[in-house]
Design a protein around this ligand. Sequence first.
Ligand code: ARG
Length: 462
Amino acid sequence: MTNKNKTVWSSRFKNSPSQSFQRIGASINVDKRLYEQDIFASKIHTQMLIKKKIIPAKEGKKIIKGLDKIKRQIKSGKFKFKEKFEDIHLNIEKKLYEIIGDSAGYMHTARSRNDQVVTDFKLWVKDSSLVLIKELNSLMKNLIIKADKNVGTVMPGFTHLKNAQPVSFAHYLLAYYEMLKRDKQRFYNNLELINESPLGAAALSGTSYNIDRNFTSRKLGFKKPTNNSIDTVSDRDFAIDFLYACAVCAMHLSRLAEDFIILNSDAYQLISFNDKMLTGSSIMPQKKNPDPAELIRGRTGINYGKLNSILTIMKGLPISYFKDLQDDKALVFDGYDTLKDTLLMSNELIKNVNPSKTRMSDMAKTGYTTATDFADYLVKDKKLSFREAYKISSKIVNYAEKNKKNLDELTLNEIKKFYKNLDNNVLKIFNVKHSMNSKNSYGGTSERNIKNMISKYKKELK
Ligand code: ARG
C-alpha cells in the first residue's frame, strides 16, 4: 500500500479495519459538513504553534497555505472525500500531505482529534444557532404584521376546545410571538454556555507543549478556554442544549400548526389558507388539504427523537472519549435541518392565513361566551359577591340555552327575570367586542393593550 493510502496509525497495525467497519464506522459523509470549522481551527492552531515556536515557522506557513487550498477545493466540489480516512479531520490531514508533503506532519502537534472535533462542532453549533435565531426573527416579524391587521378581529377564545371568552385574533397570534421569543432566548442562553474553547485539551489530559490556549480561544471567538481537559473531550451538553432548544421550538410550532388545522377544518371554518399552503386529493376533487401545517406538526417527532437519542447515547458513557460520541453530529445536523425547514414553512403559513372575520365574530357570540362578563357586571355595579353573581349568570345561560338564543339576543325583560334592578345599560355587557375590550388588565385582550404590545414588539425586534 502506498503511503498516500495508509491510515495515520498504520505503523502500529498489521491489518486494516474490516470492509464493513470501514463503511459503518466512517463519519465523513456526515462530518464533511464541518470542513470550514475544521480548517479554520487548524489554521488558528497552527498560528499558535508558530507563535510559541513549537513548530518551525516555515513549516507552519506551508500548512496554512495548504489548508487554504483545501478549502478552495472543497468549496468548488473538487475535493474527493474518502471513507477510508474515516472523518473530516483525517481527510483534510491526508490531503495536506498530498499538497505540501511531509510538512503536513507538523500540524497535529499538541492536539488530538478528541479536542479537535469538539472545537469544530461547537463552532458549528454557534453559527447554526444564529441562523435559527434569524429565522425566528423573521417569523416573529410576520406574526406582528398579521396581528397588526387583526387587532379588532373578534374570535371565540377556547378552553378545552369549548367556546370560553371572546378574544382578538391578534392577541391569539401574539401568544405565539411570546413562545418564539422564549425559543430565541433559549438559543441565546446556549451561546453563553457553549462559549469555552476545547482546543488544547488534546486526547484527554492536556499537553506538555507550551501552548497558548488563551490565544486560540480568542482567535476562534470563544470567551475563554475550558477548565478541565477530561470534561472537555467528553462533554456534549452543548449539543443536548441545542437539540432541546430545537425540540421546544418545534413543539411550539406544532401547536400553532395544530391550532390552524383545527380552525381551518370544515367544522370550524374560522381561517382559510391561500392555495400555496394547500394540496389536493388524488380521488376527491373537492379537497384542499393543509399539508404544510401537518408536516410542521409531524416533524416535531423528529426533533424530539434527536434529543432523546443523544440523551440516551450519553447516559451510560464513562468519561472521556468513546466512539459512541461520533453519532452526535448526525443528530444535531438532522435536528437543525428539520427545524430550519419547519421555521420556513411556519413563516409561509403565517403569511398565507386569512381569518374569516364574520364567521369568527358569529362563533364568538355562540356558547354564551359573555356569561362571565355579566357576572362581573353584577359584582362591579351591584356589589354582589362573585359567587352570587355567578349563580345568577348561570341561570340566564340555562334560560338562553332552553330558548335557543345567544346571550346578546336576550331582551331586558328576559334578563330582569333573574335580577330585577337592571336597565338598558346591561345589554352592552353581552356584546362580544365590548367584552374583548373590557379585558384591559396588563396582558389582556383589549385592543388598547394589543396595540401597546405591538409597538413594544416592533421596537424589540429592530
Ligand atoms: N470522527 C470522530 C468523532 O466524530 C472524531 C474523534 C475521533 N477520536 C477518536 N479517538 N477516535 O467523534
